[in-house]
Write a protein that binds this ligand. Structure first.
Ligand code: 3NM
Length: 209
């Protein structure tokens, strides 16, 4: 079921096993859930499909039990095979209208955007939410563009009528800046998966959000 307010005031956690201090994604997701999060995106760029399928199957069981929204990055087939809640795609993936044809009306489609033109286009094309970033410098995404900064975030907060999530280089200690520019949902990879105590890190960050 599509929840249009899914990004309301929370932390959007994304997996990244190579930054997880040797812990596997299943353990990381369990710790994230213990921290009380409402949405998880599975993002693994370099794993084989069968491995991703097996891993996501276990994650789906956990998110179903906890009543958490489960989004899969890039892989539409995997999202459908597992009946995940949605997919998150980038500017160089299939156009939204084609993705919508494949996944149907009930699945969430998120789109990464990096400029006002892309954000406006996402509204026109029917994305359910957008990613807004990278706000700060990040080394986590390989093909990432230069930081768009807080100015783009402010533009989206004031002009774009879609749920959005700020992303890119966001940490516990710069979150207040991001909030001040109008973000009420914030995505993080390394700050969360690279924390020694993921559950406590999430609890502290969620209080700030
Ligand atoms: N997307 P971290 S930035 C996955 O700007 C991703 O669209 C971005 O990782 C975008 O929290 C990014 O470790 C990486 O900086 C976020």
């Amino acid at each position: 079921m599509k929840e249009r307010d899914l990004l309301n005031g929370d932390l959007y956690c994304i997996t990244g096993e190579k930054y997880s201090l040797g812990r596997d994604n299943i353990r990381v997701v369990k710790e994230m859930i213990a921290g009380g999060i409402k949405v998880i995106q599975y993002r693994e760029k370099n794993k084989k499909m069968l491995y991703k399928y097996q891993e996501c199957k276990k994650i789906k069981e956990l998110t179903d039990q906890a009543g958490i929204t489960f989004i899969i990055n890039d892989d539409i087939a995997l999202a459908l095979a597992l009946d995940a809640d949605g997919v998150h795609i980038g500017q160089e993936d299939l156009p939204i209208k084609e993705v919508r044809k494949i996944v149907g009306e009930d699945k969430i489609i998120g789109l990464s955007t990096h400029s006002p033109a892309q954000a406006n286009n996402a509204v026109k094309k029917g994305a359910d939410y957008i990613g807004v970033g990278p706000i700060f410098k990040t080394n986590t995404k390989e093909d990432v563009c230069q930081p768009v900064g807080l100015g783009y975030l402010e533009y989206v907060a004031e002009n774009i009528d879609l749920p959005f999530v700020a992303i890119g280089g966001i940490k516990e200690d710069n979150i207040t800046l991001v909030k001040e520019k109008g973000a009420n949902c914030i995505a993080m990879i390394t700050e969360i998966v690279g924390a020694k105590d993921i559950t406590n890190k999430i609890k502290r960050i969620r209080e700030k959000i």
